[in-house]
Write a protein that binds this ligand. Structure first.
Ligand code: FAD
Length: 228
């Protein structure tokens, strides 16, 4: 899996904070822009998140190139509706390389790994044969597994990044999408370290786990009440 930040709003943290400040000020965003210290930016970002004043986060957007994730994971990703996606088409692009994702639980079991690899090869073989027989790629693709690799471009604003990370960095989410969001977070941290640090699983903000079972970082409310 490869995740690269290819474009983003310049000064993404300042943009959010100056926009937020302008809502309660006589000054314009341009005037506020030059008068905010790094400490004020830090404090204001936290305040906005704590108070749930999240609309200013919509002013900063991030565009990522995402490669080598499975279709199983891209399907989960695009459920986040408040983002823009452009995914490589399986209608217009014939998949010449046999690239697929293997979950670590399967890699660990030699017997199943061999069977899994054979199943992938066999699906890809049939796919290639159908293309050679002039069956259109849009139809031949029906035989491809969910493991097949895909690539896409995604643009997400900071508000949706905070929200999606709260769900997808949770260790109860599926491993591949957790890894994807860890990489998205790392890319944001490179250019916006304060904002990046605020991309965290929901339990860090709640102070407890709201899943049925906790991963161990925070207890569920139920287990907390039991111990009291
Ligand atoms: C661990 C996990 C397991 C999951 N399992 C399943 C599953 O088994 N089956 C399944 O179908 N899905 C599953 N999902 C997907 C989940 O139901 C959501 O579709 C996905 O997480 C997108 O998040 P979201 O709904 O918050 O919306 P986003 O698209 O990220 O939108 C962000 C926020 O905008 C608001 N919003 C967006 N669109 C609307 C709208 N039309 N109306 C009102 N408010 C809106 C909501 O407040 C929403 O929270 C799972 C997700 C996770 C994290």
């Amino acid at each position: 899996m490869q995740v690269t930040l290819v474009n983003y709003t310049p000064n993404p943290e300042l943009t959010i904070v100056a926009a937020a400040r302008s809502s309660a000020s006589q000054s314009t965003i341009e005037e506020l822009w030059h008068n905010l210290s790094p400490q004020q930016i830090d404090d204001l970002l936290k305040q906005l998140l704590d108070s749930g004043h999240l609309s200013p986060f919509e002013h900063s957007s991030f565009t990522f190139n995402i490669q080598g994730i499975s279709r199983a994971t891209s399907h989960q990703l695009v459920r986040h509706r408040l983002a823009s996606y452009t995914q490589q088409s399986q209608r217009y692009v014939a998949l010449k390389e046999r690239r697929y994702v293997t979950p670590p639980t399967i890699t660990k079991q030699a017997d199943f790994l061999a069977k899994y690899q054979r199943a992938m090869e066999s699906a890809h073989e049939l796919y290639s044969q159908m293309l050679e027989a002039n069956i259109p790629a849009e139809d031949a693709r029906y035989v491809l597994p969910q493991a097949v690799e895909t690539q896409l471009v995604m643009t997400m604003n900071a508000r949706e990044l905070v929200h999606a990370c709260s769900l997808r960095l949770c260790l109860r989410a599926q491993w591949e999408i957790v890894e994807l969001f860890e990489r998205l977070k790392a890319e944001v941290e490179r250019v916006a370290p304060r904002l990046g640090a605020e991309l965290k699983p929901k339990c860090y903000r709640l102070g407890y786990c709201d899943e049925r079972e906790s991963c161990g970082i925070f207890p569920t409310l139920k287990s907390e009440t039991k111990t009291k």
